[in-house]
Design a binder for this molecule. Structure first.
Ligand SMILES: *Cc1c(COP(=O)(O)O)cnc(C)c1O
Length: 393
């Protein structure tokens, strides 16, 4: 990233430190206060109607939460950013702000499980027409967009099979229809991919994953042009899915090491994927950094790194997975991803537990698939650990 923002690593450290504490704190103070007092009633009014900067009530704005938003705004090169209590709050508040009864939304089938529920259950209940397309059939997605739509919703790379979607190509077609393009950038983070530079209008995150990075805080972020983000902020103020100051502090602290961590996640993802691909107990490996990944070329064009997420299937059935996972020493068998420690889980018991084997097969999810969120450990140890577990099968 160039221009006046500075490089990613610099922005991540400094953008949140330009707060004006009277004590000149170097670390951001955590403002627990729910409300903020005014001697001057005229000033209170001016702050209340946004004529003057300031804070009124922490459901709306808070002086610890705001620096996190400013940091994400800078990292994504956006005009504005706001935060939420979780990633799902960011996604649902954004969709519920932009879509009204009678509108049409186009999305890919491989969105995060919670997002998929919004498309399949909650938006249809609001009488929003939803078209879910095959994630890798860009022509079919374009055809659906051309039937007219208000929102195009993408996520890339996807969970759990690391499909890569061409953001620039689909955003162009969506803009011909006047649609708003939303990209969930949770897997890539602004270090590896900046959707706004590729033509997206809005970018959403689960900050619970890489942005915080330590599996100890939940949050969500939305970045984009001020009018759109302000509209979602107006909804969130009333909907109430606000991020707490304590949590904002933790995410902002995590963000300071984002570039360092992602560099290591990228390196570990690549090395583990290459190791697994040549292993005779492994059937297939899904990782955008492998040259035979179906969209390796798109990934190379639109990403600065391939990330720490990968998945692989074992030769044999699900019993092999049940035997292998407990043998790993350097991996938590747990849901979620994007932590400093390696996390593994089979989609069959996590993200895709509610589907039948046939439905998983239709989504290209083998029964013996293992999702692997490579942490920031030393790659040699991760590879030795995998080798030892696979060797015992
Ligand atoms: C986890 C996740 C979400 C939801 O975020 P929460 O913080 O758990 O609400 C959304 N999208 C992606 C890609 C995710 O991995």
């Amino acid at each position: 990233m160039s221009d006046d923002r500075g490089h990613v690593g610099t922005t991540a450290v400094w953008a949140g430190e330009q707060h004006d504490s009277p004590n000149k704190d170097v670390a951001l103070p955590i403002h627990h206060s729910v409300t903020f007092s005014y001697e001057d009633i005229d000033e209170w009014f001016e702050v209340a109607v946004d004529q003057k900067p300031g804070y009124i009530y922490s459901r709306n704005k808070n002086p610890t939460v705001r620096p996190l938003e400013l940091t994400m705004r800078a990292l994504d090169g956006a005009e504005e950013a706001i935060s939420f209590s979780t990633g799902m709050a960011a996604i649902s508040n954004t969709l519920y702000t932009l879509l009204a009864p009678g509108d049409r939304a186009v999305a890919i089938k491989d969105t995060y499980g919670g997002t998929n529920k919004i498309f399949l259950e909650f938006l249809p209940r609001m009488r929003v027409d939803v078209a879910l397309c095959d994630t890798l059939d860009f022509e079919a997605i374009e055809a659906e967009i051309r039937k007219g739509c208000k929102v195009l919703y993408l996520e890339t790379p996807t969970n759990p099979t690391l499909k890569v979607v061409d953001i620039a190509r689909l955003a162009r077609v969506a803009h011909e229809q006047g649609a708003t393009v939303i990209v969930d950038n949770t897997f890539a983070t602004p270090v590896n991919q900046r959707p706004l530079e590729l033509g997206a209008d809005l970018v959403v995150y689960s900050a619970t994953k890489y942005l915080n990075g330590h599996s100890d805080a939940m949050g969500g972020i939305l970045c984009g042009p001020k009018p759109l983000v302000d509209a979602v902020f107006h909804y969130r103020e009333i909907n109430g899915a606000t991020l707490h100051a304590n949590t904002a502090y933790m995410i902002l602290r995590g963000l300071k090491t984002l570039e360092l961590r992602i560099q290591r996640h990228n390196e570990n993802g690549q090395r583990v994927a290459e190791y697994l691909r040549q292993h005779d107990k492994v059937e297939s490996v899904f990782y955008p950094g492998l040259p035979d990944h179906p969209n390796h070329d798109i990934a190379s064009r639109q990403m600065d790194g391939y990330g720490g997420m990968l998945s692989f299937s074992l030769k044999g059935d699900f019993d092999q997975v049940k035997r292998m996972l407990p043998l790993l020493r350097y991996a938590h068998r747990a849901a979620s991803l994007g932590s400093v420690s390696t996390l593994v889980g089979p989609p069959r018991v996590t993200s895709h537990v509610e589907l039948t084997p046939e439905e998983r097969e239709a989504m290209g999810i083998p029964e013996s698939l293992i999702r692997y969120s490579a942490g920031i450990e030393n790659a040699e140890d991760l590879i030795a650990d995998l080798g030892s577990a696979l060797g015992k099968l």
